[in-house]
Design a protein around this ligand. Structure first.
Ligand code: NAD
Length: 433
């Protein structure tokens, strides 16, 4: 099939490449010239494991190209996929500016029957708005469909090629037929719904996962006070098939470009129909507070952070990505700096994104994990990159000025720690002094 993917970010680029890999002809479009130029030179603007290799193969095979010319890409395609950003507005609502702009551009370009698919996460009713915007611009026939995206950054290619399910929300038989054909090489588990339910499935799924995270984080906070170990509690809970094991890892809370904005957006969607989503509001509040446990724990050990040097391992909101949108590290580092600490930060791939966001005379970005901890008064681990777990704790102890480790992701085990003299605070597990 011939596809145009509008928006070449984390979702659009990965989806476009994977559809090309399945044998479709794909044009990935973005309005940011530099991105398209980079891709044209064989460079990849985001970090995602395996992406570069898959791009190279499909460009070479002539199935994948990149362009800034939306009209041309729409003209040459049967299916147009919207994968533009839907960031939060200051009140938490989804900002639909990019969706509406892209819809208007599609409407102006459309030359023949097309199926217009929204993959971006959008509030209920948005696909109807997209249809109305396109219809204002053209007399051509077209159908719309909501096909929400569930990929996770860091495992985006695997998730796209092996989805748990595909949701197709449409009222059009033709769109259903084409989209089933497009997705059937990926899975048999294709769920066809009305458009509004498809839009809601995405928000409900993310809100539910966020709820699991905040739930286990609150259990962790109680475990700390009653002397239980949350990792054992989560394991014991997770063996119950009704509960499941995933998303029960206690830590410093969720971040990233989806859960924070999508939970806020769903609270707003509910509010617009006079429904107060009390449970989800608490999930957000718990998550927001959880990251500050790192600061509270540091202060419990060091008293005053003024003049102290704190090493930070991990800036990305999770491992295997360079995405720092809403990463807990942002607020933790800002708070440390406000309290007068100096910060030495290291991340395997997210440093350049982070340094564009925060620059401060007391914040030094380091080229290695060893450089970050050298002569620091304490180390805070914020992202569970594999290379952090692999370090020898005895070696690490020798590098720090004081052997203080706040492990925000429960990376290290009691057994490993017992060989060292670390003062070790993790999440929902007994402290070690
Ligand atoms: P992103 O910011 O990485 O990419 C969006 C891209 O769209 C940008 O490159 C931007 O330049 C481009 N764009 C905006 N308007 C355009 C236009 N008119 N024409 C061409 N290009 C345009 O965003 P993302 O992380 O890929 O997310 C996209 C959507 O998918 C969002 O709604 C998000 O909630 C959803 N989503 C994201 C993830 C994820 O893990 N990132 C997962 C599932 C769903």
């Amino acid at each position: 099939m011939k596809l145009a993917v509008i928006g070449t970010g984390y979702v659009g680029l990965v989806s476009g490449v994977c559809f090309a890999h399945l044998g479709n002809e794909v044009i990935c479009v973005d309005k940011v010239n530099e991105k398209i130029e980079m891709l044209g030179r064989g460079e990849v603007p985001i970090y995602e494991p395996g992406l570069k290799e898959l791009i190279d193969t499909n460009v070479e095979a002539g199935r994948l190209r990149f362009s800034t010319d939306l009209a041309d890409a729409v003209n040459k395609s049967d299916i147009v996929i919207l994968a533009v950003g839907t960031p939060s507005l200051p009140n938490g609502e989804a900002n639909l500016t990019y969706i509406k702009q892209a819809a208007a551009e599609i409407g102006a370009a459309i030359n023949d029957y097309k199926v217009i698919v929204t993959k971006s996460t959008v509030p209920v009713g948005t696909n109807e708005k997209v249809a109305a915007i396109i219809a204002e611009q053209t007399n051509q026939r077209f159908d719309v469909a909501s096909v929400p995206e569930f990929l996770r950054e860091g495992s985006a290619i695997r998730d796209t090629l092996n989805p748990d399910r595909i949701v197709i929300g449409t009222t059009s038989e033709k769109a259903q037929e084409w989209l089933t054909q497009l997705h059937s090489p990926l899975t048999d588990n294709i769920l066809v719904t009305d458009i509004r339910s498809a839009e809601m499935i995405k928000y409900a799924s993310n809100a539910f996962l966020a709820t699991k995270i905040s739930f286990i984080n609150e259990i962790a906070n109680i475990c700390e006070k009653v002397g239980a170990d949350v990792t054992k509690v989560a394991e014991g809970m997770g063996h119950d098939n009704r509960i499941g094991r995933s998303f029960l890892k206690a830590g410093i809370g969720y971040g990233g470009s989806c859960f924070p904005k999508d939970t806020q957006a769903l609270i707003q969607i509910a509010g617009h129909v006079d429904y107060e989503f009390k449970l989800l509001k608490s999930v957000v509040e718990v998550n927001q507070d959880q990251r500050f446990n790192v600061i509270r724990k540091l202060e419990a050990i060091l008293d005053d952070l003024q003049g102290k040097t704190i090493a930070i391992w991990g800036l990305a909101f999770k491992p295997e990505t360079d995405d720092i949108r809403d990463a807990p590290a942002v607020e933790i580092i800002q708070t440390l700096l406000q309290r007068g600490a100096s910060v030495k930060a290291y991340d395997p791939v997210a440093t350049s994104n982070f340094s564009r966001l925060i620059s401060h005379p007391q914040l030094k970005y380091c080229d290695s994990k060893e450089e970050a901890v050298a002569n620091a008064d304490a180390l805070c681990l914020l992202t569970e990159w594999k290379e952090f777990a692999e370090i020898s704790l005895l070696e690490l102890e020798g590098l720090l000025r004081k052997p203080i480790l706040i492990d925000g992701r429960n990376v290290f085990s009691e057994e490993e720690l017992s060989q060292t003299s670390f003062i070790y605070y993790s999440v929902g597990r007994p402290n070690m002094n």
